[in-house]
Design a protein around this ligand. Structure first.
Ligand SMILES: [Fe+2]
Length: 308
C-alpha cells in the first residue's frame, strides 16, 4: 500500500494582490514562471517548472504538493485512495491526485511534469580557510541582489495529533523518520522530521516536518539557495527592501542547515537554507530533544512567533 514520494514539489497560497506577492517573491529570489489570469507561478534556478503558486483570493495556505516517482505510482495512489487523477494546471503540465489529510490540509501528489531549462548560477569562488587556501590570485566579489532560490526543500505543517498525521503520511508516502522529538518519555512526542525513502539515493534530512502543536496550520516552506554567501546577500537584500524578518541567520541542529526565515506580505513564513544534511534510506532514525529543535549551533534562538 502507498507509494514512495521523491520530494516536495510546491506550495500553494491565496492572496488578494498578485503584484505584491510577485514583488516579494522576486526579492526572495524566485523568478516568474507564468502569470495567467488569477494565478502566479514562480520558479527557481533548478529544472522544476514552478515551486510556489498564488491564487487570487483571501490570504491563506491552500496546499502542499509532493512528487511521485512515476505516473504509474500516481495511478496506483489514486486507485488506493479512490481519488481521481486530474490534469495539473500551470507550466510543465502533468497529473495530480488531490487528497485531504486528517487536519483538513489539501495535499497534492504530482507526476509527469515537464522539466524546464536550468538557469545557470555562477559557481562560487573557492574559499580560503585554516585547512586549505584554494583561492590564490583571485578576488572574491559578490553581486548585490537577491538570493538565487534553487528548489523547494521542505514543508512544515502544524498538526492536531502527531501520531494520527504520522500514520496518514507514512502509510501513503513511505516517509522515514530522521528525528523524532521526544518530550521526556516515549508517549510524549512533539513531532518528527521525515525524509523521503529514495533507497541508496540520499534525501534531505527532512522533506516534511509534522509538528503536533494541537492546532492545524501552515508553519513554513523552505527554499534551498545557492550557498552561504548567497543566503547572506539575500538577507541584506530583503532587509533593505523592508521585509519582515522572522528568525536567523543561524545553523540548525536537526538537519544542520544554515537558515534564515522571512514573512511574506500576508505573514506566511518562507525559509532560505543551504548546506543541509543528506541521508540515504539506510541511515536510520534518531530520537531528539525539543532543545535540539529550537536551539541552534550558532545564531539566535527561535522567537516565540516562529511557526505561527
Ligand atoms: Fe525549515
Amino acid at each position: 500500500m502507498g507509494i514512495k514520494i521523491q520530494d516536495v514539489a510546491y506550495v500553494r497560497f491565496s492572496a488578494p494582490d498578485l503584484d505584491a506577492m510577485e514583488t516579494f517573491l522576486g526579492e526572495f529570489g524566485m523568478i516568474r514562471a507564468e502569470r495567467a489570469g488569477d494565478a502566479l507561478y514562480m520558479r527557481g534556478t533548478d529544472d522544476d517548472a514552478f515551486l510556489h503558486v498564488t491564487h487570487r483570493g483571501e490570504p491563506g495556505f491552500v496546499a502542499a504538493a509532493f512528487e511521485a516517482a512515476s505516473t504509474e505510482d500516481l495511478d496506483r495512489l489514486a486507485r488506493e485512495e479512490k481519488a481521481e487523477v486530474a490534469h495539473l494546471d500551470g507550466p510543465g503540465g502533468g497529473s495530480v491526485v488531490r487528497l485531504i489529510d486528517p487536519n483538513g490540509f489539501r495535499i497534492e501528489v504530482v507526476a509527469g511534469r515537464a522539466c524546464v531549462p536550468r538557469i545557470e548560477v555562477p559557481a562560487p569562488a573557492a574559499s580560503n580557510d585554516s585547512h586549505a587556501t584554494p583561492r590564490l590570485n583571485a578576488l572574491k566579489r559578490l553581486a548585490h541582489g537577491p538570493s538565487h532560490v534553487k528548489r523547494l526543500g521542505h514543508c512544515v505543517l502544524n498538526v492536531r495529533d502527531f501520531r494520527e498525521s504520522e500514520a496518514w503520511y507514512k502509510s501513503r508516502f513511505g516517509l522515514i523518520t530522521s528525528d523524532e522529538i521526544n518530550l521526556g518519555s516515549l508517549d510524549k512526542v512533539l513531532g518528527a522530521f521525515l525524509r523521503c525513502d529514495r533507497g541508496a539515493t540520499p534525501s534531505d534530512h527532512h522533506t516534511l516536518f509534522l509538528l503536533g502543536s494541537g492546532k492545524p496550520g501552515f508553519n513554513h516552506a523552505a527554499y534551498e539557495v545557492a550557498d552561504f554567501d548567497d543566503l547572506m546577500c539575500g538577507h541584506d537584500w530583503l532587509k533593505e527592501k523592508g521585509r519582515r524578518h522572522e528568525w536567523g541567520v543561524g545553523r540548525h541542529v536537526l538537519g544542520s542547515q544554515i537558515f534564515d526565515y522571512w514573512r511574506d506580505p500576508w505573514g506566511h513564513t518562507l525559509e532560505h537554507w543551504t548546506d543541509g544534511d543528506l541521508l540515504d534510506a539506510a541511515w536510520g532514525s534518531r530520537v531528539a530533544t525539543i532543545q535540539e529543535v529550537i536551539g541552534t549551533q550558532w545564531g539566535p534562538q527561535a522567537p516565540a512567533t516562529m511557526g505561527s
